[in-house]
Write a protein that binds this ligand. Structure first.
Ligand SMILES: [Zn+2]
Length: 319
């Protein structure tokens, strides 16, 4: 996501202050369990089971909606008909462990959003309220943009998933002037009847705040949004991605969101509120932290990030 001002607001800090009390005892257990899970391979046969850890008190962790500039990584989507997809259906059926499964990858933001301020600032209905169509995303101190990062990781992710036989669709591939808007990003996954949707982002928090986190949909039933059917499967998807992401990248869970679990729950993201299929966001790291930025700029690291996400999706789809 990435909003240049993604740092927690005072309100949020207060909210999470209570959370700390609730989860203080849980966190060490969660992390210990996670490490054990990782040590066991995190990807071997055992990994069919999500780490039993990472319990995130869903209610308290919900980020308040009017969170300043913290805009939801609005995701939009443009179904990009993949040439290879049609080709493969005509010639040979895809084979592999993910054959027949549909994955929608939602690369956060759009490299050209900044040229279309009026369009991306248009308000769209996300069920609970109205929100900007899309946002520009953040960037590193050196100017490496989140939009470029999300596309790069998404390309690598698609290659890994297709190799396993999955049918992969993007919401955007820098093939449109801006967006799509967050409501459309959700609609693309819904129309595809996706088995899993992952929105790829990097955060824009403060220097010193580092690590990754996966954002899960909160229980929302308002207007066009009803996440009741997807809360549980999305959590499972997110937990598996978080575990595999740690394993593949060595990146620790965020030290500023999720109380060490690497998981957050939000009700202010249109891309999640309007989804009718299992969906999560991943903030791969903090672009505004020099340590994380060095990793995010590395092509080798981005390959590991894509591998971790692909492994998590694969684990979820083969459970
Ligand atoms: Zn973002």
């Amino acid at each position: 996501m990435s909003y240049d001002s993604e740092s927690p607001t005072p309100a949020r800090r207060r909210l999470r202050g209570n959370l700390v009390i609730v989860t203080a005892a849980l966190v060490p257990t969660a992390l210990a369990g996670w490490l054990v899970w990782q040590a066991m391979g995190g990807s071997g046969g055992q990994d069919d089971k999500p780490p039993k850890v990472l319990p995130l008190p869903s209610a308290p962790a919900v980020r308040p909606s009017g969170n300043g500039n913290a805009q939801p990584p609005t995701v939009t989507v443009t179904a990009t008909p993949k040439p290879s997809a049609s080709a493969s259906t005509q010639s040979a059926r895809p084979s592999g462990p993910l054959a027949g499964r549909v994955v929608v990858i939602d690369p956060g933001h759009n490299p050209s959003n900044f040229k279309h301020a009026t369009e991306i600032n248009r308000q769209v209905d996300i069920g609970t309220n109205k929100k900007e169509c899309d946002t520009t995303g953040t960037d590193t101190e050196g100017g490496y943009t989140e939009a470029a990062f999300t596309l790069d990781v998404s390309h690598r992710l698609r290659a890994l998933l297709e190799k396993q036989g999955a049918t992969v669709t993007y919401t955007q591939d820098n093939d449109r002037p801006f967006g799509p808007c967050v409501d459309e990003r959700a609609a693309i996954g819904n129309r595809a009847k996706a088995d899993a949707v992952v929105s790829v982002h990097a955060d824009g928090a403060a220097e010193g705040q580092h690590g990754f986190h996966v954002i899960l949909p909160a229980l929302v039933n308002a207007g066009k949004a009803n996440t009741a059917p997807i809360v549980a499967p999305s959590r499972e998807l997110g937990v598996r991605i978080a575990g595999k992401f740690v394993h593949a990248t060595g990146m620790p869970p965020s030290n500023y969101v999720g109380d060490g679990t690497g998981l957050d729950v939000r009700k202010d993201l249109g891309g999640l509120n309007l989804s009718t299929v299992p969906k999560v966001f991943i903030e791969c790291g903090n672009m505004r932290d020099s340590g994380d930025a060095a990793l995010l700029r590395s092509a080798d690291w981005r390959q590991k990030a894509a591998q971790g996400i692909a492994d998590g999706i694969g684990s979820f789809l083969q459970k």
